[in-house]
Design a protein around this ligand. Structure first.
Ligand code: SF4
Ligand code: SF4
Length: 297
């Protein structure tokens, strides 16, 4: 549970949860599609007054939307057709019409971007290290792992395991990879392993990321932290990636997704517990279903 002081420090994030940008994005998307606008920026140029929609009031709509223009770009495919770059199916894996597909794509982009910003506002005041350490206390897991891109491994001064055996298996295999006679997660320190699926940093029990500043609890490589460390504990699940449905198209592979229209929140995170009600309202205002799930219990 957060203290009153920590809750007050989270106020900027709570305010953002109360005024999600997606309802405004959808309104402007409809204006763009039904009006005489060539580009989304043409709609924004007209938004000089506050806008109200769905009981929400946006004082400076154009300013609010400007950082989301790239996330909204799929709307422009209606007026400026391009070669397909992804396949978006319904939750039942049926074909969607172009509007439902592109609207889901925009919603996924916008909510992902907004929740990343909200996460940053809520995480700092919690003084929590859960995302940066291995299992502790009563946790049942033997290890946690953080997926890394090859280029990101350079930021972690750790031993690397990259061989035929590691590349033929993964961390969930029934027969765990052994290193120097020990299961990979029974080692006393974190390690980088290149699995069949790519690199991960393995954090065995009671260990922590080498980039975690033990005195401040901060990240010593914050500007260069890997992509996965930037992901929020409340995250967009408007689209689910479905690699099994990827399709070849004119010499390219189009990635497939299905519409789920949900927001997932990881229950282990202290701000998710503290602001469960606000997260539920945020999802509702976005027309999405909130789902709370435990990750590291
Ligand atoms: S890189 Fe930084 S944010 Fe990521 S796990 Fe390590 S300390 Fe935490
Ligand atoms: S669990 Fe939540 S509060 Fe803790 S470090 Fe991760 S994002 Fe921050």
């Amino acid at each position: 549970m957060l203290s009153d002081h920590q809750i007050s420090q989270c106020q900027a994030g709570i305010d953002r949860l109360a005024l999600p940008v997606l309802p405004l994005v959808r309104l402007v998307g409809m204006l763009y599609l039904t009006g005489p606008f060539a580009r989304l920026t043409d709609v924004l140029a007209e938004l000089i007054e506050p806008v109200e929609t769905g009981g929400l009031r946006y004082e400076e709509p154009a300013q609010t939307l400007t950082p989301y223009l790239e996330a909204m770009a799929p709307y422009e495919r209606f007026k400026h057709p391009q070669a397909p770059s992804r396949i978006i199916l319904s939750a039942e894996l049926a074909a969607l019409d172009q509007f439902e597909a592109l609207e889901g794509w925009v919603a996924q982009n916008v909510v992902s971007q907004e929740l990343e910003e909200i996460n940053s506002l809520l995480c700092g005041p919690c003084a929590c290290r859960l995302c940066c350490i291995g299992p502790e206390g009563q946790m049942v897991q033997d290890f946690f792992e953080i997926p890394l891109l090859e280029s990101e491994t350079a930021f972690f001064p750790l031993p690397k395991i990259d061989g035929i055996k590691s590349r033929q298996t993964n961390s969930e295999a029934i027969a765990p990879l052994e290193i120097d006679g020990l299961f990979f997660y029974d080692r006393p320190d974190p390690i980088l392993i290149h699995w069949h699926t790519g690199w991960t940093m393995v954090l065995p029990r009671f260990t922590s990321c080498p980039n975690l500043d033990q005195s401040s609890g901060g990240c010593t490589i914050y500007p260069d932290r890997p992509d996965v460390c930037r992901r929020p504990q409340i995250f967009s699940y408007v689209l689910e990636r479905l690699p099994a449905y990827d399709q070849h198209y004119e010499g390219r592979m189009l990635p497939a997704f299905s519409r789920q229209d949900k927001i997932l929140a990881v229950w282990d995170c202290p701000y998710v517990k503290e602001f469960q009600e606000q997260i539920g309202i945020y999802a509702q205002l976005c027309g999405l279903e909130p789902v709370f799930k435990e990750n590291k219990a």
